[in-house]
Write a protein that binds this ligand. Structure first.
Ligand code: FAD
Length: 379
């Protein structure tokens, strides 16, 4: 896809302004209340952010993945949770755009572009996270329908989404379904059986969802009958985009922590000088700046490769691994720089410290990323 760079730059600038004016003033308040930011999401819809990478023929902006990553970084700088609202939406949209039938693209993509229809991802199960081959969720064929039975865990956006990317076992193997539902706690045989309480990443729901005899038409199989039993590689391919999202949001959180640390270190005085004059503090800030720059370059490099249509599990994995570890380090270092004030809930540094660890785990833990990288280097 060729990107209109002027449009991309304008949109990134508009997102930065949106974050400064609308997100930063309210992020901590919403986060502490664990309240869904309805008004912010509506503004994101108006700005076209739910259609950033969706092709223009379906009403999207048709921008590239590098631009998407830049936007995700800007939003995460303000509040990481908002990037989680976009992540599974774009994993779903990308799967449909790349592997859906023409009919499926027409049915879903234009409604996804506006954010009227939002996507979520149901891969993980209570007993199967990293080990995706042990998924147990069943889709049993019955005439021209499938009957869905099982439990899915950790479904971010599960309640508010209207389209679920669902990995389920059919007689052929693991198949990728696109399950339409009404937003809300119950629809047909689908119910939100639990809302999972979290350390951070608040304001958006992560839920357990149970399916009991829920029927879907056979054309809910992504890509039609040819892809029966081939769902796992399709979903894992789309998770590369998810890892780029995590890497980009990690850059945003790392930058927020870094900027907070710089600013505080120039104001706070100890032993007669701003603490920024102490070399121990300067070393922390220098390391943060260096790692943030490296994390961003890795993220952009993975995004460029994904955009070129190549598999990039190693590059996306390296970016996700490095950027998330950087975000975690920057969050704790920023807290140290703030001294006791960093430990209060009055400053956003504590939020970065609670949000950052999710990125070590989500979209494949960093241990799993290291396994993928080790395999690639021949181990
Ligand atoms: C807030 C949140 C939101 C999420 N949102 C979604 C979502 O929207 N959709 C979705 O499908 N999933 C989602 N997930 C699930 C997430 O992807 C999984 O938690 C993650 O893949 C790890 O799986 P697990 O939790 O089952 O851990 P496990 O797989 O049980 O791993 C436990 C530990 O063992 C390690 N481990 C496992 N296997 C190996 C190995 N072979 N070698 C070395 N170490 C290993 C892991 O690295 C980890 O440290 C979310 C998770 C969280 C916390």
């Amino acid at each position: 896809m060729t990107t209109d760079t002027e449009l991309a730059d304008e949109l990134v600038d508009a997102v930065r302004t949106f974050v400064t004016k609308e997100v930063l003033p309210v992020a901590s308040e919403f986060e502490h209340a664990d309240a869904y930011p309805e008004a912010l999401v509506e503004q994101m819809k108006t700005m076209g952010l739910f259609g950033v990478t969706i092709p223009a023929e379906y009403g999207g902006l048709g921008l590239d993945i590098v631009t998407y990553a830049r936007i995700v970084e800007e939003i995460a700088f303000g509040w990481m949770s908002l990037t989680g609202i976009l992540n599974t939406h774009f994993i779903t949209a990308t799967l449909i755009a790349n592997h859906g039938t023409e009919e499926q693209k027409k049915r879903w993509l234009s409604r996804m572009t506006t954010g009227e229809l939002r996507g979520c991802l149901s891969l993980s199960e209570p007993d199967a996270g990293s080990d995706t081959r042990s998924l147990r969720f069943k889709a049993s064929p019955d005439g021209d329908e499938y009957i869905l039975d099982g439990t899915k865990m950790w479904v971010t956006n599960g309640e508010r989404a209207g389209l679920v990317t669902l990995a389920a076992r059919t007689p052929e193997g693991i198949t990728c379904f696109m399950v339409e539902k009404e937003p809300g706690p119950i629809f047909g045989g689908i119910s939100v059986s639990r809302t999972i309480p979290k350390l951070g990443y608040k304001g958006l729901e992560t839920v357990e969802m149970s399916y009991s005899g829920h029927r879907v038409p056979a054309d809910a199989v992504l890509g039609g009958p040819d892809t029966l039993g081939r769902g796992l590689p399709l979903i894992l391919g789309a998770l590369e985009l998810g890892r780029i999202n995590i890497a980009a949001r990690a850059c945003g959180v790392a930058r927020a922590a870094f900027e907070a640390a710089i600013s505080y270190s120039q104001q706070r005085e100890a032993f007669g000088v701003p603490i920024a004059k102490h070399q121990a503090i300067q070393f922390k800030l220098a390391d943060m700046a260096t790692k943030l720059e490296a994390a961003r370059l890795l993220t952009q490099s993975a995004a460029r490769k994904k955009e070129a249509g190549e598999r990039c599990d190693v590059e996306a994995g390296m970016a996700k691994l490095f950027a998330s570890e950087t975000a975690f380090e920057c969050a704790i270092e920023a807290m140290r720089v703030h001294g006791g004030y960093g430990y209060t809930t009055e400053l956003p540094v504590e939020r970065y410290y609670r949000d950052a660890p999710l990125m070590l785990i989500g979209e494949g833990t960093n241990e799993i990323q290291r396994l993928v990288i080790a395999r690639q280097i021949g181990l």
